[in-house]
Ligand binder design. Sequence first.
Ligand SMILES: O=c1ccn([C@@H]2O[C@H](COP(=O)(O)O)[C@@H](O)[C@H]2O)c(=O)[nH]1
Length: 273
Amino acid sequence: MTTQQLHEQILQKKSFLCVGLDPDLNKIPQHLLDTEDPIFEFNKAIIDATHDLTVGYKPNTAFFEAYGIKGWMSLQKTINYINENYPDIFTIADAKRGDIGNTSSMYAKAFFEDLNFDSVTVAPYMGKDSVEPFLAFENKHTIMLALTSNEGAFDFQTLNTNGTELYKQVLETSKTWKNSQNLMYVVGATKAEYFADIRKIVPDSFLLVPGIGAQGGSLSEVCKYGMNDKIGLLVNSARAIIYASKGTDFAEKAREEALKVQKEMEEIINTKF
Ligand SMILES: O=c1ccn([C@@H]2O[C@H](COP(=O)(O)O)[C@@H](O)[C@H]2O)c(=O)[nH]1
């Protein structure tokens, strides 16, 4: 999927919501546990209930890998289900990969070719040769961690290095890499006050923004400082949507929560554009 197609979908749905698919067998409704693949059944119901309100789905691979081979199969069924039934929706494998070049190439093949995700998250710590193998894939997107939503972001990412914060250096340097047009960046919604500075460095890039909902970030603050003239944001919420109910009405309640966020987004889009 191209960023232009993503932008068009945002305008059409009046939504830049990305629903996080973080299935946890301890949290999903009891009645699903008797099915052959509870994780897939849970995801499928959430997807069917929210697909018209969201432009993206972000399965976090940890929530699948934790269940071994069965979990990996649930991930494959989930991405296939989205691609077959809702092919316009942008998909993100939140896997936070990155390694020496030949290993990164294999990670890129796994997520872009085998699983056919539109994008994958990567960590920037190992530098240019660890990220460029991902960038080589046409119409696939590499979403690099810039300033994350957690408290630990202040341990390294905001450290002053050569007169500038490390996350800013990461953003600047990444722009010089081959095929950097395929980069997007993760910036936490809990760090809204940093968005204006980030936009000075990457004015046109899409930002994936986790941290509204369960982590307490403010959607309006993120939009105030982080939106560009093409919106340029994908705002993720997982727990607040997918675990809105533990009962048989979980998909319906997830839709209600997604609708609340979409309505807020629609209002922001209508006011700004
Ligand atoms: O900085 C980051 C990067 C990734 N995440 C991931 O996003 C979701 C957030 O889930 P919520 O339930 O909406 O809090 C989750 O998969 C994280 O691993 C992040 O939160 N912050």
